[in-house]
Design a protein. Structure first.
Lengths: 113, 113
């Protein structure tokens, strides 16, 4: 069974440029999460989807960040415009109906110069 | 505010000895606790979990202990192996906000031969 797939693995952009990350969760998992992990920190939740509905986006900086999960499967996280402080690893995770454990993708390492 | 705290950024243990990683939490609404292991350039992978109604869960070389009165949990690895060298994250799930996890900052474990 394929795990959570994220792309790209690495992205280097200049500040003020837009960037997008893509995530394909484990087949059948209805809940999808985007986390951000800063250097030396644990992952922090940005947004959680139940199917196609964003049920918790309280930590998403909505002035520059947006996310979508069309058809309740794949998801895209976008930053526009990127700032230096956005440099981090962006992790996607998914879980099934029980939600007891999250399965993470390998993440996208973003560097904003 | 950090609701899940891992106060030891790093730990070094000799191969064959016991590794003990500690975690403290502040939120009484946490009902489920997990440990994740992370290698460089990879996403966190689930290791072991424990429900708040239990005080111990064992899986092979890994045992998690939960002390609810002290709001403390620990992960024991016996015997430690060089392949266990990784960053270990403690995570907790609030009973009242879906399945999103709150993570600690992680403890980097180094097992030396």
């Amino acid at each position: 069974e394929a795990g959570v797939v994220q792309s790209p693995r690495y992205k280097i952009i200049e500040k003020k440029q837009p960037v997008a990350f893509w995530c394909n969760p484990i087949s059948g998992h209805n809940t999808l999460y985007w986390y951000r992990q800063n250097l030396g920190q644990g992952p922090e939740l940005l947004i959680r989807y139940e199917n196609e509905e964003a049920v918790d986006d309280s930590q998403l900086p909505k002035d520059r960040f947006s996310a979508e999960r069309l058809k309740g499967v794949d998801s895209t996280l976008k930053i526009q415009p990127a700032e230096l402080g956005d440099s981090a690893v962006y992790l996607c995770a998914s879980s099934g109906w029980s939600g007891e454990k999250l399965f993470f993708g390998s993440g996208t390492q973003l560097s904003v110069l | 505010d950090q609701q899940v705290k891992q106060n030891s950024p790093s730990l070094s243990v000799q191969e064959g000895r016991i590794s003990i990683l500690n975690c403290d939490y502040t939120n009484s609404m946490f009902d489920y606790f997990l440990w994740y292991k992370k290698y460089p350039a990879e996403g966190p992978t689930f290791l072991i979990s424990i429900s708040s109604i239990k005080d111990k869960n064992e899986d092979g070389r890994f045992t998690v202990f939960l002390n609810k009165s002290a709001k403390h949990l620990s992960l024991h690895i016996v015997p430690s192996q060089p392949g266990d060298s990784a960053v270990y994250f403690c995570a907790a799930r609030p009973s009242n906000s879906g399945y999103a996890l709150n993570f600690g900052k992680g403890t980097s474990l180094l097992v030396t031969p």
